[in-house]
Write a protein that binds this ligand. Sequence first.
Ligand code: NAD
Length: 255
Amino acid sequence: MKLANTAALVTGAGQGIGQAIALQLAAEGADIALNVRADDERARAVRDEIVALGRRCTIYPADVSRVAGTRAMVQQAGADFPQLCILVNNAGVERHAPLLEVSEDDYDLVLDVNLKGPFFLIQHFARWLRAAGRPGRIVNISSVHEELPFPNFAPYCASKGGLKMLMRDAAVELAPFGITVNNVAPGAIRTPINDALLANEAQLKALTAQIPLGRLGTPPDVAKLVAFLASEDARYITGTTSVVDGGLLWNYTEQ
Ligand code: NAD
């Protein structure tokens, strides 16, 4: 198993892409520190699935946008899983509004969860690894919208574009510690974040027509790429974005 004797902290892992990542990393041998907003039934169901795979899993409820909370979470996860060496910044939110209508609250929410959260988690995690004298892997779930404009989602695009440059900078600064940092940029994936789109047949059809591989992605499509980037096989890859979008990015025009 590619990830035997490792442990991974995955944020926003109670559903969607984060859940699939936690399960994929566990299937490949990693114990899982499962970050969720709340320790609820859904989170415990994910934990039970991971335990059924023969791995250890502990739930860490924390809001990724709160720096003191994520610092404590990394410390606790490191104490519980001394082989911790993988961080996946997956938690994310989006809010729909034309640029002219975006409220300060929505701007703050999206930037705090999608950019400030990963920024300080990278900092806490890299400090922990440096203190432990160990190398590591950081994978951020960004989006094709780290490149592609997305009208009516300006804060989301700003957060993912920022995450692209954060990743590039962190890759350079953390390379001396043996820590790689990469982004995974999904296209349109079937998860709850896209509930409105999935319920709109006409919009879904128009979008699917623009995806060369002819379908939306699934969470495991993304998770398999993350597992590769987290593994020893990806040892010479840092500072890059890998796109997983069925070909959407360079074939897409806004309708
Ligand atoms: P989702 O809404 O199903 O999952 C997002 C997760 O983040 C949820 O579990 C939620 O509880 C968690 N979260 C939100 N705010 C949080 C906070 N403050 N602290 C901790 N956790 C928090 O959506 P998803 O599609 O699985 O999204 C996962 C990531 O993938 C996000 O970063 C998103 O931007 C990115 N992404 C998704 C798509 C897509 O089409 N689904 C495309 C590109 C990028």
